[in-house]
Design a protein around this ligand. Sequence first.
Ligand code: 2M8
Length: 412
Amino acid sequence: MQAIRDELDRRAIQIMRDNDRGGYTIPTHGLYPYQWNWDSAFAALGFAAFDPARAWREIEILFSGQWLDGMVPHILFHRPDPGYFPGPDVWQCRGPLPSSGITQPPVALSFARRLYEAAPALGEVPVRMLFDPMRRWIQWFLAWRQDRGAICIAHPWESGRDNAADWDRAMAAIDPADVGSYERRDLDHVHAAMRPTKDDYDRYIWLVQRGRRLGWHAPSLAVDPPFLVADPTMTFTLMRGVRDLIWLGERLGLPTAGLMHDLAMLEQGAETLWNPAIGAYDSRNVLDGAFSGTLSNASFLSWYGGIDRPELARTLEEVMAPLPYGVPSLALQDERFDPRRYWRGPVWGVLNMLVGMGLEEFGHPRGAALRAMTARLIASHGFAEYFDPRDGAPAGGGSFTWTAAVWLAWAG
Ligand code: 2M8
């Protein structure tokens, strides 16, 4: 058993090293050749297991792309690579580095605390350096992505759960007739049945074209937004991030004024995402006020955010019961469940980890079970991007950084 573990550790470390581009890590060769925001945060946790200084470098480079208004982009295009669409020429953003014009779930805030706790002497300087940038990112979320205290996405890519069923109705309201022609590159790497559809992509690109037209100027983008959905992924990862930043500030004597108030607001915001009809947290379309009625893996992030909810534990039991490898990105019971299509059914190591860590912190036995299931999944099916939740068949890209990181930081 120990020999198998050691071999998996070795393979995971090798994947992290192979995907290291010198201070930042790509998610996987070919399909995703740039630095992605939350992938990088997970990468940092993976590195922390064998090279803590390299772990901080990952986060520092991520923040080197922060915009003047506080946003930390979802992709940093350090070196041009024609193998990914849409690249920097399509986004046309003007940050300190070529980047996309949207953000991603701010797990980096919380993982910075984990890195610090693992090695406080090494972490003190980076935390002092990153503290104000981290605060400014939080303020950006509250200024430009907040509705009734919940945190919204202005593009499906912001949630990280790109084609989740959560956005179906909100996406249907967009008419992308004038999007023009473009060439997808993802289908060169992964079978179309495992990726978002053309209807999805037309809308993704149409939203990028709108942002570009408006110069990625946050106040202009906020006028009559065509897509704005309050999302449990964003709300709970930011809530957790604020908690962890308060913890770091108190520990190091850094200014935390205002953060308690932000936290209280996010806790109220989370209440607006509770959908009694599904007994779980749900996405809420800000433009028409309607819940999406979707049980996703993000529905169970409240423990990670710091909120325990007994009714939610019951719903989690129902969602996990028929499946062997954890929380699917869409419940099997949902008629839209599609076991290989990306965020519409497959199980993802990263989401299992966030849900599981939260449950473990509250002492729920399901947390340890989820960790064991994730370990079994990776041990038997490798370090894929995501997996069929029924039999664990690997799907999407291979040799994936965040799956390796989940093994090193949590499951293994
Ligand atoms: C996926 O998203 C990108 C766009 O950002 C894509 O499909 O091109 C998502 O799974 C996202 O959560 C992830 O950060 C990214 C890189 O792994 O890939």
